[in-house]
Design a protein around this ligand. Structure first.
Ligand code: NAD
Ligand code: TYD
Length: 329
């Protein structure tokens, strides 16, 4: 199969491309804007064609889609804290970018899979969201992702475009940019820096190993019913404070580094997905959180060359902006 993978130079996209090329022999064209989160480095070991460009650019998109059997769209701004500080790029990429991709897919008659998130359903105290739960997003990140999902669904209903949506829970694993909870805590622990836990640390996330999500997306692309959305949730949930305590144990860091800091505005308390629908297609998560976290910590310990350029670059300014006042308060 020939795939156009948008946002394939990021964390989940690069894991997906690696899996498709190695395990399925697909030919892959990656279209990526290379924002702070996208890196050619992530695909160094994988054969692929690379197009540097934005999904909101119709000319680039039309050319990149030529000859593709399917489009998988990972391209997104993905960090909730950044969406609170600067929502602009979230609207451009998720609303305009998704629309441009859908138009090009419609013109080319190509199957389209949108990678989405559990955050579109909002927070849930108990139980789990199914695919028919209402969308009640809380942050500019999740609101613009929900808008994109609705637009995708409209292209199925209105134009008959063969669309699919995969809503994943919180991913973790190799090559995740260290603005997200797990890689940020691992790198801070390795450096002896404070481990900033927002609020009371009792927010719960449903953790999914990135390779399980990548396989799930491929599975839905092959076996999903057009027009449908599929939840792809991880096998274990865990409160943030416990995630950080496990990282302290795995890295041997000083427990006194754990620091409670000012909470995120509008912070969602708990995410949880019911994934029966994708299981009925034959997908199952294979990596439990305890083992996956251990592997992830080991990957960051063994791959300093991947993250050293990040920690010494623009990231420092980002970190100061996000955490300077939080940690000082
Ligand atoms: P990431 O931030 O690591 O990567 C995003 C990629 O998209 C980068 O390579 C970036 O350069 C590229 N990109 C951004 N804007 C673009 C644009 N306008 N045009 C072209 N490329 C652009 O993100 P990730 O964690 O790999 O997430 C990938 C997708 O999975 C996103 O759609 C996200 O909403 C979804 N998702 C993520 C998680 C998670 O826990 N990380 C969970 C569920 C779903
Ligand atoms: P994050 O990795 O940003 O993912 P999301 O907000 O999309 O779920 O955050 C995961 C959880 O960890 C979330 O409840 C916020 C919390 N968190 C912290 O407590 N400290 C941090 O430094 C970060 C980045 C997140």
């Amino acid at each position: 199969m020939r795939l156009l993978v948008c946002g394939g130079a990021g964390f989940i996209g690069s894991n997906f491309v690696r899996e498709r090329v190695r395990d399925h022999g697909d030919a892959v064209v990656v279209l990526d804007k290379l924002t702070y989160a996208g890196r050619r480095e992530n695909l160094r070991d994988v054969e692929h064609e690379f197009v540097h460009g934005a999904i909101e650019d119709p000319e680039v998109v039309t050319a990149a889609m030529e000859g593709a059997d399917a489009v998988v769209n990972f391209a997104a701004e993905t960090h909730v804290d950044r969406s609170i500080a600067e929502p602009d790029a979230f609207v451009t990429t998720h609303a305009l970018g998704t629309w441009v991709l859908l138009e090009a897919a419609r013109a080319a008659g190509v199957r389209y899979l949108q990678v989405s998130t559990d955050e579109v359903y909002g927070s849930i105290e108990e139980g789990s969201f199914t695919e028919s739960s209402p969308l009640q997003p809380s942050s500019p990140y999740s609101a613009t992702k929900a808008g994109a999902d609705l637009l995708v669904a409209s292209y199925f209903h209105t134009y008959g475009l063969q669309t699919l949506i995969c809503r994943g829970s919180n991913n973790y694993g190799p090559r995740q940019y260290p603005e997200k909870l797990i890689p940020l805590m691992v790198l801070n622990a390795l450096h002896g820096d404070p481990l900033p836990v927002y609020g009371d640390g009792m927010q719960v996330r449903n953790w999914l190993y990135v390779e399980d999500f990548a396989r799930g997306i491929g599975h839905v692309l092959a076996h999903g019913a057009p027009g449908e959305a599929y939840n792809v949730g991880g096998p274990d949930e865990c409160p943030n404070i416990e995630v950080v305590q496990r990282i302290i144990e795995l890295t041997g860091a000083d427990p006194s580094l754990l620091t409670f800091v000012k909470d995120r505005p509008g912070h969602d308390r708990r995410y949880s997905l019911a994934s029966e629908k994708v299981r009925a297609l034959g997908w199952e998560a294979q990596v439990r959180f305890a083992g996956g976290l251990e592997q992830t910590v080991a990957w960051y310990q063994d791959n300093r060359a991947w993250w050293e350029p990040i920690r010494s670059g623009d990231y420092r300014a980002y970190y100061e902006r996000q955490y300077g006042s939080r940690i000082a308060d």
